[in-house]
Design a protein around this ligand. Structure first.
Ligand SMILES: NC(=O)c1ccc[n+]([C@@H]2O[C@H](COP(=O)([O-])OP(=O)(O)OC[C@H]3O[C@@H](n4cnc5c(N)ncnc54)[C@H](O)[C@@H]3O)[C@@H](O)[C@H]2O)c1
Length: 332
C-alpha cells in the first residue's frame, strides 16, 4: 500500500484549490488547507469534509500568519494557490493584491523549505502580458505595458513569484514546479471579480442580457477545473517536471461571443446579449488581448495532460447546478 503523505494546499478553500484538495484526499493523502477566506468559502470544502473529514484539516489564516498553527506538521508537498486573483481584483485593490501575491508566496516557500516539501506555484497566463506571439510557449519573452498601468501588475506579481520559486530550484534547496494556469472554469467559480462564465450563467438564468465586452471576437481557451486540478497534482508528483515551468489549460479557442451564445442555448434564455464597449466596462482603462492560447507541448510530454472536458459539457453542468440551486431557493 502506498505511504500516506501530508500535503499543504494554500488557497484550498478557493475555486481551483477545493477541487485539488478533493483529488489529493481521494488518492489517500492527508491535507491541510490554509486559507484566509478572502475570496474562498469554507462551504467549498463541504464535500471533502463529508467524505474524508478525518484526513482534512482547515486553518483559517493568511499563509504568512499560519506558522504557529501548523508548527510541527511536516509536509511532503505544498501547493501554493493563495493569491489575489484576476486583473479586476488587482485594479480594485492594487496595493493589497501585490502584497498578497509577493509576500504570501515568500511565506509559503519558507514553510516548504522548513520541511523540504516539494512546491508547486499556481502562476498565471497573465505572466505573458501582451506578448503578440500565439500560442504562448513557456520560454517566450514576457511583454508588459508601462508600470503606470496597474493592469500589468497582476502578471508582474506572478512573474516575481516565478523568479522566487525558480531561484530555490537553481540553488538546489527545493524541488519546485511552476504551473502557468490559463482560463479555468467550472463548479464553485464565482463571478464577483469579473470571471466571464459565471457572470454569463448568472445573467442568463436571471433573464438579463449577457454583457459581452468589445466586439466579442476576442478568443480564450477554457479548461474545466476538474482537468486542471488533475494536471496540477500530476505535475508535482512527476520528478521529470521538477524545476520546470508548464502551461496548463485548454488550447481550444472560442470567442467570447460564441461562449455567450452557448450559454444562451444551454439556458434557453430569451434576453440575448449586448456588446459593452471596453471604456464602459473598465472606466479606468483596460488593454485586452485578442487571443490567449497556450502551447501545451511541454505538459503533454511531461505528464500526458489533456483538457478532456469540453466547454459545452462544463456549461451544461453549471447550468444544471444553477437551476437546481434556484429551484431549491424557491422551494425553501
Ligand atoms: N481561475 C483561473 O482561471 C486562474 C487562471 C490563472 C491562474 N490562477 C491561479 O490559481 C490560483 C487559484 O485561483 P482561483 O481561481 O481558485 O481563485 P480563488 O480566489 O477562488 O482562490 C484563491 C484562494 O486563496 C485564498 N487567499 C487569498 N489570499 C490569501 C492569503 N494571504 N492567505 C491565505 N489564503 C488566501 C482565497 O480566500 C481563496 O480561497 C491563484 O493563484 C490564481 O492566481 C487561476
Amino acid at each position: 500500500m502506498a505511504e500516506q503523505r501530508t500535503i499543504l494546499v494554500t488557497g484550498g478553500a478557493g475555486f481551483i484549490g477545493s477541487h485539488l484538495v478533493e483529488r489529493l484526499l481521494a488518492r489517500g493523502d492527508s491535507v491541510m488547507v490554509v486559507d484566509d477566506l478572502s475570496t474562498g468559502q469554507e462551504a467549498n470544502l463541504r464535500y471533502a469534509r463529508e467524505r474524508w473529514g478525518d484526513r482534512l484539516r482547515f486553518v483559517r489564516s493568511r499563509v504568512s500568519e499560519a506558522e504557529r498553527q501548523i508548527l510541527g506538521t511536516r509536509f511532503d508537498q505544498v501547493f501554493h494557490l493563495a493569491a489575489a486573483v484576476g486583473v479586476r481584483r488587482v485594479l480594485a485593490e492594487p496595493v493589497e493584491s501585490l502584497e498578497t501575491n509577493v509576500h504570501e508566496t515568500a511565506a509559503a516557500l519558507r514553510l516548504a523549505e522548513a520541511c523540504g516539501a516539494d512546491f508547486l506555484l499556481a502562476s498565471s497566463s497573465e505572466v505573458y502580458g501582451k506578448s503578440p506571439k500565439v500560442p504562448f510557449r513557456e520560454d517566450d519573452d514576457v511583454v508588459f505595458g508601462p508600470t503606470s498601468v496597474t493592469r500589468w501588475s497582476y502578471g508582474c506579481s506572478k512573474a516575481i513569484d516565478e523568479y522566487m520559486v525558480l531561484a530555490k530550484a537553481i540553488r538546489g534547496s527545493l524541488r519546485v514546479v511552476v504551473a502557468r494556469i490559463f482560463n479555468t472554469v467550472g463548479p464553485r467559480q464565482v463571478g464577483q471579480w469579473g470571471m466571464v462564465l459565471p457572470r454569463f450563467i448568472e445573467a442568463a438564468i436571471e433573464g438579463r442580457p449577457l454583457q459581452v465586452h468589445g466586439d466579442g471576437l476576442q478568443s480564450r481557451c477554457f479548461a474545466d477545473v476538474r482537468d486542471v486540478a488533475g494536471g496540477l497534482e500530476a505535475l508535482l508528483s512527476c520528478p521529470g517536471a521538477h524545476g520546470g515551468v508548464f502551461n496548463i489549460g485548454s488550447d481550444t479557442p472560442i470567442t467570447i461571443r460564441a461562449l455567450a451564445e452557448q450559454v444562451i442555448a444551454a439556458t434557453g434564455s430569451r434576453a440575448g446579449l449586448v456588446l459593452v464597449p471596453y471604456e464602459t466596462a473598465y472606466p479606468e482603462g483596460f488593454e485586452d488581448l485578442r487571443v490567449r492560447q497556450p502551447d501545451l507541448t511541454r505538459i503533454r510530454g511531461a505528464v500526458g495532460f489533456t483538457a478532456g472536458i469540453p466547454i459545452r459539457r462544463t456549461i451544461e453542468d453549471l447550468v444544471a447546478a444553477a437551476k437546481a440551486t434556484r429551484s431549491e431557493g424557491r422551494a425553501a
